[in-house]
Design a protein around this ligand. Structure first.
Ligand code: HEC
Length: 252
């Protein structure tokens, strides 16, 4: 193999390794690294996720770029279904998912205003959200009674504790970069919730799926359009090749 090509290949392989492994290393050492495995084409999961969001999150978090009638269209629900199942806080289906809580009240209760969740999946990524909602653990030193492995010192209470139950985080001492540190080891269930761990993971996956979808409602369309464009290019390549052969046939 030619030298130039060889070193080029090495560089590209190195780059890919950094891109793929980099985030894994960066987030290692004390957090959960599970993968959400959500699928925004799974409509029943999105419908369940929308219900979860409305019932468990929208008391504190808005999703102000999401309109109820757009939800109805994308989640294949009738306007009636949306009105009866999702619209507790709005009067018209053309409204967006706002909340009634006033920002200054929120500030007083939590010390800060819970962020709007319209774009959270874009800034944090679905895997982070999946781990965030599964890693609240008991911590009496916090005013909420819980801490969070992904967001230490989080001021969000464990609003899903009735479903998940409560857990304690076990840390162990380990040497990280030459110094001894407390590193997360595992969770231990303290009291059970109404759901089994597997059911709770499913519940969180649906919720994250919904957040992923509202982060970019056109993602589905963009992805299927991308596939169409690639298919077109392949067909075009074949045509162009055949045409080239035809044109050059007599030129020898
Ligand atoms: C009782 C009010 C309340 C409810 C209900 C609530 N949250 Fe929160 N949430 C908060 C507060 C307060 C914060 C800000 C935490 C911080 O930055 O310390 C927050 C922050 C977050 C964040 C940002 C985390 C980050 O890394 O910055 C996410 C994501 C989130 N909440 C998701 C949810 C989801 C999903 C639900 C429903 C299952 C939910 N929340 C229900 C109060 C709430």
């Amino acid at each position: 193999m030619n030298r130039r090509l060889q070193s080029g290949l090495v560089a590209v392989t190195g780059l890919i390794a950094v891109l793929v492994l980099g985030p894994a290393f960066a987030s290692g050492g004390g957090t959960l690294n599970d993968v959400a495995n959500n699928d925004i084409r799974n409509i029943p999961s999105l419908q369940r996720g929308a219900g979860n969001f409305v019932n468990y999150c929208s008391g504190c978090h808005s999703a102000k770029y999401v309109r109820y009638n757009q939800l109805a269209r994308d989640l294949q629900m009738s306007e009636d279904q949306v009105v009866n199942n999702l619209m507790f806080a709005a009067a018209k289906s053309t409204e967006t998912m706002e909340i009634a809580m006033r920002p200054d009240d929120a500030e007083r209760w939590f010390g800060l205003v819970p962020p709007d969740l319209s774009l959270i999946a874009r800034s944090r990524g679905p895997d982070y959200l999946y781990n965030f909602l599964r890693s609240f653990y008991l911590d009496p030193s916090r005013f909420t009674g819980v801490n969070n492995l992904m967001l230490p010192g989080a001021s969000m209470p464990h609003v899903l504790a009735t479903l998940q139950g409560t857990q304690r985080a076990i840390f162990r001492e380990a040497e990280v970069n030459g110094t001894v540190q407390h590193v997360f080891d595992r969770f231990e269930q303290v009291s059970p919730g109404t759901m089994t761990p597997a059911e709770y993971d499913e519940f969180v996956r649906d919720t994250v799926n919904f957040l992923d979808y509202i982060g970019e409602p056109v993602k589905q369309k963009r992805q299927s359009l991308g596939i169409l464009v690639m298919a077109f290019l392949v067909v075009f390549l074949v045509l162009a090749y055949l045409l080239k052969r035809e044109i050059w046939r007599d030129v020898r």
